[in-house]
Design a protein around this ligand. Structure first.
Ligand SMILES: O=C(O)[C@H](O)[C@@H](O)[C@H](O)[C@H](O)COP(=O)(O)O
Length: 267
């Protein structure tokens, strides 16, 4: 079973012995949040990222979730998207569609992908406009502590450099305080043009989960989760501090291997 640890300010840390165990836990977690959100407000507004996260969500496509989850209430968004055509191999929409969404009975009009015929700047503006319309009708909830949407769940992956969504270390995008959705044209991870939810939006969500696997991310995981020396760099994932929402880290034992709590786990 997973190691569970609650850290002051850094949320709940769940370390799993295998990717299969992580996938099972992640599907359970998402299904529980969906049930609670549909019960409370009639909708489940979830934002996805790209990368390995999508294949780790695979268990949602099978039993018992095909029967127990109210898919008709799901509204899908992207925490970040690469500015490429929707049928391009780099598209986060395509990744999610091919491996997840096409296998789930989600209402097509509830899937809010970016407009791929626009520039990065235009696409970010239009995406923010779309979210604003859905906040107006409360399909997406509104935060009571900020002027931001309150997604029911934002799912993030993390790069070995500590980036989340398209919020990269030492990039001016980290300073964006006013926009809900912004764009970059100089992503260090290809492709260069991307749109992304901003930190204020991520920190206004009801729930944020960060899924991190593999030994190549162990050092970044330590830097963003553990209490570290003040001279350590503050990586983007460390800037996730939901104002009232709940933060959960889903790690495998490789990504978690440098955390202080891991030594107790592996004894
Ligand atoms: O579009 C993207 O590139 C992502 O949304 C990005 O933030 C991703 O989630 C991380 O880079 C982790 O990706 P991996 O899990 O594949 O390492």
């Amino acid at each position: 079973m997973a190691l569970l640890e609650s850290k002051k300010d850094r949320g709940e840390v769940r370390i799993h012995e295998s990717l299969e165990e992580l996938s099972t836990d992640l599907a359970d977690y998402i299904a529980e949040l969906s049930e609670a959100s549909v019960k409370e407000r009639g909708f489940f507004a979830i934002a996805l990222s790209g990368g390995s996260l999508i294949s780790l969500m695979r268990n949602l496509c099978g039993a018992p979730y095909n029967k127990t989850v109210d898919w008709s209430k799901w509204y899908i968004f992207w925490a970040d998207e690469r500015v490429v055509a929707k049928n391009h191999v780099d598209s986060n929409y395509k990744l999610a569609k091919d491996h997840l969404l096409s296998k789930l009975p989600i209402v097509p009009s509830h899937v809010h992908s970016i407009n791929d015929s626009l520039t990065a700047e235009e696409a970010a503006n239009e995406y923010e406009f779309v979210i604003r319309q859905l906040v107006r009708t409360r399909v997406v909830n509104v935060s009571d502590v900020s002027d931001c949407p309150k997604f029911d769940l934002i799912l993030l992956g993390m790069g070995p450099d500590g980036h989340v969504a398209s919020l990269f270390p030492n990039h001016s995008v980290l300073e964006e305080k006013n926009e809900w959705v912004t764009f970059i044209t100089t992503s260090p991870k290809p492709p260069p043009e991307r749109i992304t939810l901003t930190l204020p939006v991520i920190n206004s969500a009801a729930n944020v989960a960060v899924v991190v696997t593999g030994i190549g991310k162990a050092e970044a995981a330590r830097l963003v989760i553990d209490d570290v020396e003040p001279e350590c760099p503050v990586l983007p994932a460390r800037m996730i501090e939901p104002a009232v929402g709940k933060l959960v880290w889903f790690l495998d034992n490789q990504a978690g291997s440098k955390l202080k709590c891991f030594s107790q786990f592996s004894k």
